[in-house]
Design a protein around this ligand. Structure first.
Ligand code: FMN
Length: 223
């Protein structure tokens, strides 16, 4: 698979086949993704991969937390700025509506929509979950580079025939996940990722999101 094809074909996959992913495949994906660049080549990232009982232990810990506290952990960092403004607000709204339209869950069906959000915490049934961590002492600069690594993982997964969904849904549970993974103090969970084989028959996996045109996001000078 060429790089352009990988960029274009990657989507957030939210329904997976019940088919295990061998450790060797995940190792190969990470072996490719680790070539992501970072300022000063700091490689300010770590990743924890869970499957089987280890995956279930995380799910159980987070669900137990959710039962005792529906708001999850104390917020480590805000996922979005407060009172998000346009065009970002409109884009966020559009992607949500697109998803619930495919699933035929109307706005009034709050329980149905919440149920879909909660599927994040089962990794959308993907057999493998990943958690990306960074040293909390790092600057915003290094967080951006962590993002490059995460994106590289998604593209490498494409190349290996697998599908992914990045998951900031776990940020509400960074402490619970950190404890369940027994992480040291110099590792803070940023986000999760579902990894597995896409279910080709799931309507949700037909979803293709929109993007702003090049002229909306770029300016060209001196050409
Ligand atoms: C860092 C990050 C975290 C995300 N977290 C979630 C999430 O928790 N749940 C979810 O369903 N999608 C999540 N997404 C997927 C975005 O909604 C998706 O990337 C966006 O709508 C564009 O769609 P596409 O990935 O299919 O191109 C996340 C994406 C990124 C980059």
């Amino acid at each position: 698979m060429g790089v352009i094809e990988a960029i274009r074909s990657r989507i957030s996959t939210r329904a997976f086949l019940d088919k295990p992913v061998p450790e060797a495949t995940v190792r190969a994906i990470l072996g490719d993704a680790r070539w992501a660049p970072s300022g000063g080549n700091l490689q300010p990232w770590k990743v924890h991969v869970v499957t089987g009982a280890a995956r279930q232990a995380i799910i159980d810990a987070v669900k137990a937390k959710l039962e005792s506290d529906p708001f999850g952990d104390e917020n480590t960092f805000p996922v979005y700025p407060e009172n998000l403004w346009d065009p970002y607000r409109a884009r966020r709204y559009a992607v949500g509506e697109q998803m619930y339209d495919i699933l035929a869950i109307p706005r009034e069906d709050k329980a149905g929509r919440l149920g879909q959000v909660l599927k994040n915490l089962d990794f959308f049934d993907a057999p493998v979950g990943l958690f990306f961590t960074i040293d909390p002492k790092m600057n915003p600069n290094q967080w951006a580079h962590l993002g490059m690594f995460i994106y590289a993982v998604t593209l490498a997964a494409e190349g290996h025939g697998l599908a992914t969904c990045m998951q900031e849904a776990w940020t509400r549970f960074t402490k619970t996940v950190g404890t369940a993974l027994d992480l040291p103090g110099d590792e803070q969970v940023y986000c999760g990722m579902a990894l597995g084989y896409a279910d080709p028959d799931a309507p949700l996996n037909t979803m293709r999101t929109d993007r702003a045109e090049v002229d909306e996001i770029a300016s060209f000078r001196g050409f």
